[in-house]
Design a protein around this ligand. Sequence first.
Ligand code: UD1
Ligand code: UDP
Length: 380
Amino acid sequence: MRPKPGATTQKKHERRRVLIAVGTRPEAIKLAPVVAALRAEPWADVRVLATGQHRELLDEVLAFFGIRADIDLDVMSPDQTLADLSRRLLPAIDAVLTDQEPGMVVAQGDTTSALMTALASFHRGIPFAHVEAGLRTGDRREPFPEECNRVLIAQVADLHFAPTEAARTNLLAEQVDADAIEVVGNTGIDALLWTAQRDLPDDFANLRRPLVLVTAHRRESFGAPLAEICEAVGEIASARDVDFLWPVHPNPRVREPVEAALGSLDNVRLVAPLDYPHFVAAMRAAALILTDSGGVQEEAPSLGKPVLVLRDKTERGEGIASGNALLVGLDRARIVKQTLRLLDDRAAYEAMAHQANPYGDGQSAPRIAACVAAVLQVRC
Ligand code: UD1
Ligand code: UDP
């Protein structure tokens, strides 16, 4: 990765300030290792901007990783719309940029916070580095609005930290400059491996029956598709001697229908979102995972857990190629069939339950820190 010409024109002390923006739970999980890696660099003056797109989900993660936000925009409102969230974020982030004058801004993924941070940086002419660049389904509406967000971010980013070779290929196909792309792995695997080495909560130590872990929160699944997922879970719970654990996303568009559909079943435990170490412990204890989450699709292979992806398209094809994940879509019958197959057919289960790290080796954040130093030309 070549140093950007603009970076060399700034004074060294101005270049040293790196502003890392986080808005939601997964951004905080995936950028925590980057914050740590940059904070370990003697040259770096790291500032953390929390947009507060998420509130309690974000706070929990920052607390677990021992990160205190230097600036908190606290923008979350109940059942927020994309337009209102964007309208509040853009000027607020712009004000932070003029106040902090960072030499570089870093954001991750494809949320509204990441898009608004990228755009605000572009407006101010501040180099913007995109972590987890290049994920694509090829369908602007799936996932919604994330696919469109990440395509737009790629247009304004100066550095693209791609997690995999496939992500690099996607960026090159969009005419992103090859010199501005670095394949570093996914920082979420850094966070996972670091957390998994710790003393995890033992809440799931004495399970009597196989545990099936479920999460779902995608906007394009609100309404009928989410109802299909709930019906499938209800049907399997009635048919088999298993326990479901579903940490329910606090979005009212998710929480209300899930609680209404499944709240009365004995072997379906609907719980509030788990803090990250509890969720890692739950993934480890689970026999299998049903999810539409991006991050969970990446984590499950590293823990050797089969994952059934509750979506029609995924930007994470590596887990499917490695045999750890299967795209089951949002049709009740198909979800039931594939879940029962894994519960009943030992060979089918074993074929998916092998450990693999298609998304990263746990060293992505130090690679990113080294690239940032090289680009800003600050290494002593
Ligand atoms: C957001 C991201 C999505 C990411 C997900 C991770 C966008 C457009 N969506 O979706 O890409 O996969 O985060 O979870 O950026 N809420 C709370 N407390 C919280 C968090 C959320 O009550 O700590 C509720 C609020 O009512 C909020 C609603 O959930 O308005 C939706 O939050 P929002 O961030 O807009 O969307 P997510 O579905 O969480
Ligand atoms: N996660 C968590 N608690 C939960 C559910 C998920 O800590 O109750 C973690 C999970 O391990 C992963 C991240 O949150 O690292 C994924 O977040 P989410 O599914 O909300 O967003 P996505 O990855 O789809 O953007």
